[in-house]
Design a protein around this ligand. Structure first.
Ligand SMILES: O=C(O)c1cc(=O)[nH]c(=O)n1[C@@H]1O[C@H](COP(=O)(O)O)[C@@H](O)[C@H]1O
Length: 237
Protein backbone atom coordinates (compact mmCIF):
# COMPACT_ATOMS: atom_id res chain seq x y z
CA UNK A 1 0.00 0.00 0.00
CA UNK A 2 1.09 3.55 -0.70
CA UNK A 3 3.20 5.56 1.71
CA UNK A 4 2.13 9.23 1.39
CA UNK A 5 5.66 10.38 2.15
CA UNK A 6 6.89 9.13 -1.23
CA UNK A 7 6.44 11.52 -4.15
CA UNK A 8 7.32 9.90 -7.46
CA UNK A 9 8.74 12.39 -9.97
CA UNK A 10 7.07 11.91 -13.36
CA UNK A 11 10.00 13.22 -15.38
CA UNK A 12 8.72 12.01 -18.75
CA UNK A 13 7.78 13.72 -22.01
CA UNK A 14 4.22 12.72 -22.78
CA UNK A 15 0.79 11.96 -21.36
CA UNK A 16 1.11 8.42 -22.74
CA UNK A 17 4.32 7.78 -20.81
CA UNK A 18 2.81 9.32 -17.70
CA UNK A 19 -0.34 7.19 -17.89
CA UNK A 20 1.68 4.02 -18.50
CA UNK A 21 3.73 4.65 -15.34
CA UNK A 22 0.75 5.61 -13.20
CA UNK A 23 -1.05 2.41 -14.24
CA UNK A 24 2.07 0.32 -13.65
CA UNK A 25 2.62 1.68 -10.12
CA UNK A 26 -1.07 1.42 -9.25
CA UNK A 27 -2.06 1.75 -5.61
CA UNK A 28 1.56 1.77 -4.41
CA UNK A 29 2.04 5.46 -5.31
CA UNK A 30 -0.49 8.06 -4.17
CA UNK A 31 1.56 11.23 -4.72
CA UNK A 32 3.18 12.34 -8.00
CA UNK A 33 5.35 15.26 -9.01
CA UNK A 34 4.74 17.01 -12.33
CA UNK A 35 7.84 19.02 -13.14
CA UNK A 36 8.96 21.23 -15.99
CA UNK A 37 9.69 18.34 -18.36
CA UNK A 38 6.15 16.95 -18.26
CA UNK A 39 4.29 20.25 -17.85
CA UNK A 40 6.10 21.92 -20.75
CA UNK A 41 5.43 18.83 -22.90
CA UNK A 42 1.88 17.91 -21.93
CA UNK A 43 0.51 20.99 -20.14
CA UNK A 44 -2.27 21.17 -17.53
CA UNK A 45 -3.80 17.87 -18.74
CA UNK A 46 -1.04 16.08 -16.86
CA UNK A 47 -2.26 17.52 -13.55
CA UNK A 48 -5.93 16.97 -14.43
CA UNK A 49 -5.32 13.31 -15.27
CA UNK A 50 -3.60 12.67 -11.93
CA UNK A 51 -6.34 14.43 -9.97
CA UNK A 52 -8.97 12.38 -11.84
CA UNK A 53 -7.11 9.26 -10.74
CA UNK A 54 -7.40 10.42 -7.11
CA UNK A 55 -3.66 11.13 -6.79
CA UNK A 56 -2.04 13.98 -4.88
CA UNK A 57 -0.02 16.30 -7.14
CA UNK A 58 3.14 18.29 -6.52
CA UNK A 59 3.30 20.83 -9.36
CA UNK A 60 6.99 21.71 -9.43
CA UNK A 61 7.46 24.68 -11.77
CA UNK A 62 9.97 26.51 -9.52
CA UNK A 63 8.54 29.97 -10.12
CA UNK A 64 11.17 32.72 -9.83
CA UNK A 65 10.47 36.35 -10.81
CA UNK A 66 9.49 39.74 -9.42
CA UNK A 67 6.65 39.69 -6.86
CA UNK A 68 3.91 40.89 -9.24
CA UNK A 69 4.73 38.31 -11.91
CA UNK A 70 4.90 35.52 -9.34
CA UNK A 71 1.58 36.65 -7.86
CA UNK A 72 -0.18 36.52 -11.25
CA UNK A 73 1.48 33.28 -12.39
CA UNK A 74 0.60 31.40 -9.23
CA UNK A 75 -3.00 32.63 -9.42
CA UNK A 76 -3.21 31.05 -12.89
CA UNK A 77 -1.84 27.74 -11.56
CA UNK A 78 -4.00 27.51 -8.43
CA UNK A 79 -7.06 26.52 -10.45
CA UNK A 80 -5.36 23.26 -11.47
CA UNK A 81 -5.89 22.01 -7.93
CA UNK A 82 -2.35 20.80 -7.16
CA UNK A 83 -1.51 19.99 -3.55
CA UNK A 84 2.06 21.34 -3.50
CA UNK A 85 3.67 24.01 -5.73
CA UNK A 86 7.20 25.43 -5.79
CA UNK A 87 8.87 28.81 -6.07
CA UNK A 88 12.53 29.74 -5.57
CA UNK A 89 13.36 31.00 -2.09
CA UNK A 90 16.07 33.23 -3.56
CA UNK A 91 13.23 35.31 -5.01
CA UNK A 92 13.31 36.86 -1.54
CA UNK A 93 10.92 37.94 1.18
CA UNK A 94 8.73 40.30 -0.89
CA UNK A 95 8.25 37.66 -3.56
CA UNK A 96 7.41 34.91 -1.05
CA UNK A 97 4.96 37.16 0.84
CA UNK A 98 3.21 38.01 -2.44
CA UNK A 99 3.10 34.34 -3.42
CA UNK A 100 1.62 33.16 -0.13
CA UNK A 101 -1.03 35.86 -0.23
CA UNK A 102 -1.90 35.27 -3.92
CA UNK A 103 -2.33 31.53 -3.52
CA UNK A 104 -4.52 31.90 -0.45
CA UNK A 105 -6.72 34.59 -2.02
CA UNK A 106 -7.14 32.78 -5.31
CA UNK A 107 -8.04 29.48 -3.65
CA UNK A 108 -10.63 31.28 -1.50
CA UNK A 109 -12.06 32.96 -4.60
CA UNK A 110 -12.35 29.60 -6.38
CA UNK A 111 -13.57 27.90 -3.20
CA UNK A 112 -10.98 25.15 -3.45
CA UNK A 113 -8.40 24.12 -0.87
CA UNK A 114 -5.23 26.16 -1.03
CA UNK A 115 -2.13 24.38 -2.37
CA UNK A 116 0.85 24.31 -0.03
CA UNK A 117 3.77 26.38 -1.22
CA UNK A 118 7.35 25.15 -1.01
CA UNK A 119 10.44 27.32 -1.37
CA UNK A 120 13.33 25.69 -3.20
CA UNK A 121 16.49 26.47 -1.20
CA UNK A 122 19.75 25.33 -2.84
CA UNK A 123 19.32 22.68 -5.54
CA UNK A 124 20.54 19.19 -4.61
CA UNK A 125 22.81 19.20 -7.67
CA UNK A 126 25.02 21.77 -5.90
CA UNK A 127 27.96 20.90 -3.69
CA UNK A 128 30.04 23.40 -1.70
CA UNK A 129 32.40 24.03 -4.63
CA UNK A 130 29.71 24.75 -7.22
CA UNK A 131 27.84 26.85 -4.65
CA UNK A 132 30.91 29.07 -4.11
CA UNK A 133 31.29 29.29 -7.89
CA UNK A 134 27.95 31.10 -8.22
CA UNK A 135 28.88 33.51 -5.44
CA UNK A 136 27.51 31.72 -2.38
CA UNK A 137 28.66 34.10 0.37
CA UNK A 138 28.00 31.76 3.29
CA UNK A 139 28.47 27.96 3.45
CA UNK A 140 25.79 26.07 1.54
CA UNK A 141 24.29 24.59 4.71
CA UNK A 142 23.90 28.04 6.28
CA UNK A 143 22.34 29.44 3.10
CA UNK A 144 19.73 26.65 3.11
CA UNK A 145 18.91 27.29 6.77
CA UNK A 146 18.65 31.03 6.20
CA UNK A 147 16.28 30.52 3.25
CA UNK A 148 14.13 28.09 5.25
CA UNK A 149 13.74 30.58 8.10
CA UNK A 150 12.90 33.38 5.66
CA UNK A 151 10.38 31.17 3.85
CA UNK A 152 8.62 30.32 7.10
CA UNK A 153 8.56 33.99 8.14
CA UNK A 154 7.04 34.87 4.74
CA UNK A 155 4.10 32.48 5.15
CA UNK A 156 5.46 29.65 2.98
CA UNK A 157 4.48 26.12 4.10
CA UNK A 158 7.81 24.40 3.67
CA UNK A 159 10.99 23.97 1.67
CA UNK A 160 12.70 21.76 -0.84
CA UNK A 161 16.19 20.97 0.46
CA UNK A 162 18.60 18.07 0.52
CA UNK A 163 18.49 15.44 3.27
CA UNK A 164 21.82 16.87 4.49
CA UNK A 165 20.11 20.04 5.75
CA UNK A 166 16.84 18.46 6.89
CA UNK A 167 17.83 18.07 10.54
CA UNK A 168 18.85 21.73 10.93
CA UNK A 169 15.68 22.91 9.21
CA UNK A 170 13.48 20.68 11.37
CA UNK A 171 15.14 22.14 14.49
CA UNK A 172 14.70 25.78 13.51
CA UNK A 173 11.35 25.65 11.66
CA UNK A 174 9.37 23.22 13.82
CA UNK A 175 7.37 20.03 13.36
CA UNK A 176 4.64 21.41 11.09
CA UNK A 177 7.00 22.79 8.45
CA UNK A 178 7.16 20.68 5.27
CA UNK A 179 10.65 19.47 4.35
CA UNK A 180 10.59 17.86 0.93
CA UNK A 181 13.86 16.20 -0.02
CA UNK A 182 15.01 15.18 -3.50
CA UNK A 183 18.49 13.69 -3.87
CA UNK A 184 17.11 10.36 -2.65
CA UNK A 185 19.18 7.37 -3.65
CA UNK A 186 18.27 3.88 -2.41
CA UNK A 187 21.26 1.53 -2.22
CA UNK A 188 20.25 -0.09 -5.55
CA UNK A 189 20.20 3.18 -7.56
CA UNK A 190 22.76 5.25 -9.48
CA UNK A 191 23.71 8.71 -8.21
CA UNK A 192 23.46 10.55 -11.61
CA UNK A 193 23.76 14.38 -11.34
CA UNK A 194 22.75 14.61 -7.67
CA UNK A 195 25.39 15.78 -5.18
CA UNK A 196 23.77 15.94 -1.73
CA UNK A 197 22.14 12.54 -1.40
CA UNK A 198 20.81 10.06 1.17
CA UNK A 199 18.83 6.85 1.23
CA UNK A 200 15.05 7.06 1.80
CA UNK A 201 15.35 5.90 5.43
CA UNK A 202 18.24 8.28 6.19
CA UNK A 203 16.32 11.27 4.80
CA UNK A 204 13.26 10.52 6.94
CA UNK A 205 15.40 9.99 10.03
CA UNK A 206 16.91 13.44 9.42
CA UNK A 207 13.45 15.00 9.50
CA UNK A 208 12.20 14.99 5.91
CA UNK A 209 8.41 14.99 5.65
CA UNK A 210 8.38 13.84 2.00
CA UNK A 211 10.84 12.19 -0.39
CA UNK A 212 10.97 13.11 -4.08
CA UNK A 213 12.19 10.12 -6.07
CA UNK A 214 12.56 10.10 -9.84
CA UNK A 215 15.10 8.01 -11.72
CA UNK A 216 15.55 5.32 -9.03
CA UNK A 217 11.92 4.43 -9.87
CA UNK A 218 11.41 5.63 -13.45
CA UNK A 219 14.67 4.24 -14.84
CA UNK A 220 14.58 0.98 -12.87
CA UNK A 221 14.28 -2.18 -14.95
CA UNK A 222 11.20 -2.95 -12.84
CA UNK A 223 9.71 0.33 -11.48
CA UNK A 224 7.00 -1.43 -9.48
CA UNK A 225 9.61 -3.56 -7.71
CA UNK A 226 11.75 -0.46 -7.01
CA UNK A 227 8.74 1.17 -5.30
CA UNK A 228 8.09 -1.96 -3.24
CA UNK A 229 11.73 -2.00 -2.06
CA UNK A 230 11.55 1.68 -1.07
CA UNK A 231 8.28 1.19 0.83
CA UNK A 232 9.82 -1.77 2.64
CA UNK A 233 12.93 0.26 3.55
CA UNK A 234 10.95 3.07 5.19
CA UNK A 235 8.40 0.93 6.98
CA UNK A 236 8.66 1.72 10.66
CA UNK A 237 10.84 4.83 10.10
O1 LIG B 1 12.22 20.92 -6.69
C1 LIG B 1 12.58 19.75 -6.87
O2 LIG B 1 11.76 18.85 -6.88
C2 LIG B 1 14.02 19.47 -6.94
C3 LIG B 1 14.84 20.31 -6.22
C4 LIG B 1 16.19 19.98 -6.05
O3 LIG B 1 16.94 20.67 -5.34
N1 LIG B 1 16.66 18.86 -6.65
C5 LIG B 1 15.87 18.04 -7.40
O4 LIG B 1 16.38 17.02 -7.89
N2 LIG B 1 14.56 18.37 -7.60
C6 LIG B 1 13.70 17.51 -8.45
O5 LIG B 1 13.60 16.23 -7.89
C7 LIG B 1 13.63 15.21 -8.90
C8 LIG B 1 14.79 14.30 -8.61
O6 LIG B 1 14.85 13.31 -9.55
P1 LIG B 1 15.87 12.10 -9.45
O7 LIG B 1 17.26 12.67 -9.28
O8 LIG B 1 15.71 11.41 -10.76
O9 LIG B 1 15.44 11.27 -8.27
C9 LIG B 1 13.72 15.93 -10.25
O10 LIG B 1 12.40 16.02 -10.78
C10 LIG B 1 14.21 17.32 -9.90
O11 LIG B 1 13.65 18.31 -10.73
Amino acid sequence: MADNRIIAALDVHSLDDMQRIVKMLGENISFYKVGMELFYSAGPDSVRYLKDQGKKVFLDLKVHDIPNTVDQSLRALVRLGADFMTLHGTGGEAMMLAAAEAVKNEAEKLQISSPQLLAVTVLTSFDERSWQQVGGAVPLKDAVKRLAILAKKSGIDGVVASPHEAMDIRKCCGDDFLIVTPGIRPAFAQINDQKRIATPAQALLCGASHLVIGRPIMKASDPALAVEKIIEEIQGV
